[in-house]
Design a protein around this ligand. Sequence first.
Ligand SMILES: Cc1cc2nc3c(=O)[nH]c(=O)nc-3n(C[C@H](O)[C@H](O)[C@H](O)COP(=O)(O)OP(=O)(O)OC[C@H]3O[C@@H](n4cnc5c(N)ncnc54)[C@H](O)[C@@H]3O)c2cc1C
Length: 431
Amino acid sequence: MADHLFAPGFKTDPYWWDAAPRPSVVEAALPASIDVAIVGSGHTGLSAALTLVRAGRSVAILEAEVPGYGASTRNAGYVGRTLYAKYPKLEKTFGAEKAVALTREGVTAHEYIVRLVEQEQLDCRFEYRGRFIAAESQAHYDKMAHEFEALRRVAPMEGHMVSRADQRTEIGSDYYYGGLVLMGTGALHPGLYQSALMDRVAKAGATIFGKTPVTAIRREGTGFEITTSRGRIAARDVIVATNGYTGAPTPHLRRRVIPVAAYMIATEPLGENGVRRLLPTRRTMIDSKTNIFWARPSPDGKSLLFGARTGIDDGDLSRKAILLHGHMTEVYPELANVRMTHCWTGNMGFTFDLLPHAGVVDGVHFATGYCGVGLPMGTWLGHKSALKVLGDKGGRTPFDDLPFPTRPFYNGRPWFLGPLLRYYAWRDRRR
Ligand SMILES: Cc1cc2nc3c(=O)[nH]c(=O)nc-3n(C[C@H](O)[C@H](O)[C@H](O)COP(=O)(O)OP(=O)(O)OC[C@H]3O[C@@H](n4cnc5c(N)ncnc54)[C@H](O)[C@@H]3O)c2cc1C
């Protein structure tokens, strides 16, 4: 075993939890009734709660684990302005008008979170430096340039291509074939973002009940009866915000959301100059593989955070860490002997059409399936769900009326994912 790659005190909790430890669980009894019950305490649930409490509704957030347990405190912190699904594909599927509306919603979500951070003064080390999207091959570079031209014709996007010869201005590596610098994007500390949001939500009067899994949601008169491990609660409205952790209490969603595990490591401190050698502009980086590599500086600029091998179960997180380290040194050979301080995982929520979905099923509101862009999109669609509950027409989104596909026999356990992603990883390596 490559023991020398583990720093003393190596952790399998998220790097973010060092600066933003998970809060303690409220012991208070559940209220007998509430205006709105929100299931899940991530970006989606908290954003919905903030809008609702500020509009005078009483809100209880019910969380199965510790508050903020899910992907919202485990992600990479990239604040993008695009959807996972590319514009040309959307246009082919939905026609130009709908494709433009969906694509622009990515930009609106981005603008919303930027405004929220500013207005609420959420101290989350938001840095607005852009993103470098590295091309895995010359063919990917050409495709990227073409797709970016299509995208900027329909939505406000700024950026420029960087050739392979010039790429060292963006990345301290010769691994890639150049790429695209996408401006108008940034990165934050997701743990601190989540903690700051929790603080605003609590101050406004909502309570997060941790260690309170919801086990059933049943219609009762004009409202709902929600069963939890800590008793029942009557709610006029319910918002389900469980994304990649969606389970049995919402079978309709469970059949439509695909939990996909993503993995990251953090290096020991390399010093600011050390990190600048790897990412000279301090932008975030992702590449164009199907099963992507991504890297960013830690918010203090001293360590590198790196992710790869999404959706592939390689055993425990120590073993996973070694495999991720191997990929990191493919890109950055100079890191071969650098130790890791953390390796962690979390579940993203994907969908069969690779699009987010929001709406109402059997009277229950939901927002889900962000396909890896849930930091802005979850924040935005949580807010939109809240507006719907409030009967505000501003709650409508282009994601509302999309068909929400499932597959025969799919019940929330994506048995097909491992083989598929291993195949992609193998194909990616044959560039
Ligand atoms: C490693 C990683 C990197 C990522 N990087 C990025 C990125 O850079 N940028 C980006 O935009 N997105 C990124 N994402 C995706 C992003 O984190 C998610 O889309 C987003 O956090 C989803 O927020 P959410 O509130 O909907 O769900 P979550 O934060 O996952 O919260 C769902 C919560 O629901 C709870 N829950 C589930 N069932 C129940 C129940 N029955 N009762 C009570 N509670 C329940 C869970 O315990 C969980 O806490 C990444 C994800 C991962 C895992």
